[in-house]
Write a protein that binds this ligand. Structure first.
Ligand code: ASP
Length: 323
């Protein structure tokens, strides 16, 4: 049954994204992923060698964040500046912008497009990036739309798996934690459906993977398991992708309290894992991975963060037509 995927992969040599919005992982098939990962590796080499370049000189990026962010906002800003571009961050300050006067998202992005070349948007509502893109002539990059998608995170996650383990096909990947509200899980799962992988979803009952996504997974023919226990997957997994419980998405906080400490990856648990396994986390962590795991060479979450900048450099340069 396992799909003859690898044979179908054709190489792309020309930038497929000039002027494009980046709204969903559905825009990325394997040739496009491979093209992007090759460009991200070039960005990495260039940063290590020269620190940066002038590729995006005189280009300006607005980072418009209606929800908190540390890594996504700062890595997009770093990416733009490493490529010689400039940034207008509206991150901590949304409450001081006209948004707080009741300005609509379409009006806000129509304003910002007058001054900039690309807008990176994080917003609490599913579908908000699509709405913004409908009104904006400049590329919109979805940096998280509520519990919907977080495509650039999934791209850097997949890039990390490829770099760390040298392949994606034939891997066993376990997603652990809040699979209902975790948008990074939704995006990464959809990307993985293009590969010959086995998946396991590990979560408390309250935050199982949404049914529509589980149906997509099952339809794809991938082998998939669901369980409540990390113990069921720990020695099986090549990748343990851990997530936090998304407190901000719960209307009933007592439910959050009930499950917030459901999992903690500790050195004792790591002792049961394969020697080549990697632990990933989109971060922030709020107790799901003990700090004592950080020095384990299999803890890939700091390297994962670094990869985020290279992927975002490649995406910015691509949508701005400079690759
Ligand atoms: N930073 C990731 C996100 O924005 C993961 C998280 O917040 O838990 O979705």
């Amino acid at each position: 049954m396992l799909r003859q995927i690898t044979d179908q992969v054709k190489r792309i040599d020309v930038n497929p994204f000039p002027g494009a919005d980046i709204l969903s992982v559905s825009q990325f098939d394997r040739p496009r992923l491979e093209w992007l990962f090759a460009r991200a590796l070039e960005m990495q080499d260039m940063v290590k060698r020269d620190g940066g370049s002038d590729l995006l000189r005189h280009k300006l990026m607005v980072a418009l964040f209606y929800e908190p962010s540390t890594r996504t906002s700062s890595s997009f800003i770093a990416a733009m500046e490493r490529l010689g571009g400039s940034t207008v961050p509206i991150t901590q300050g949304v409450q001081y912008s006209s948004v707080s006067k009741g300005e609509s998202l379409p009006d806000t992005v129509r304003t910002l497009e007058q001054y900039s070349d690309v807008i990176v948007l994080r917003h609490p509502e599913i579908g908000s990036a699509r709405i913004a893109a409908d009104y904006c002539r400049k590329p919109i990059i979805n940096a998280g739309d509520g519990a919907g998608e977080h495509p650039t995170q999934a791209l850097l996650d997949l890039f990390t798996i490829q770099k760390e383990l040298g392949r994606i096909d034939k891997l066993r990947i376990a997603m652990v934690g809040d699979l209902k509200y975790g948008r990074t899980v939704h995006s990464l799962t959809r990307l993985l459906l293009q590969y010959d992988v086995e998946l396991a979803f590990v979560s408390p009952e309250l935050v199982r993977l949404p049914l529509d996504l589980m149906n997509e997974v099952r339809k794809s023919g991938i082998s998939v398991e669901e369980t409540y226990h990390v113990a069921d997957v720990i020695s099986w997994a090549d990748v343990l992708y851990v997530t936090r419980v998304q407190k901000e998405r719960f209307s009933d906080l007592s439910q959050y309290e009930e499950i917030k400490n459901f999992y903690e990856i500790t050195p004792e648990i790591m002792a049961q894992a394969q020697e080549q396994m990697i632990v990933m986390h989109p971060l922030p962590r709020v107790g799901e991975i003990a700090y004592s795991v950080d020095n384990d060479p299999r803890a890939a979450y700091f390297r994962q963060m670094e990869n985020g900048m290279y992927i975002r450099m490649a995406i910015l340069a691509a949508v701005l037509g400079k690759l």
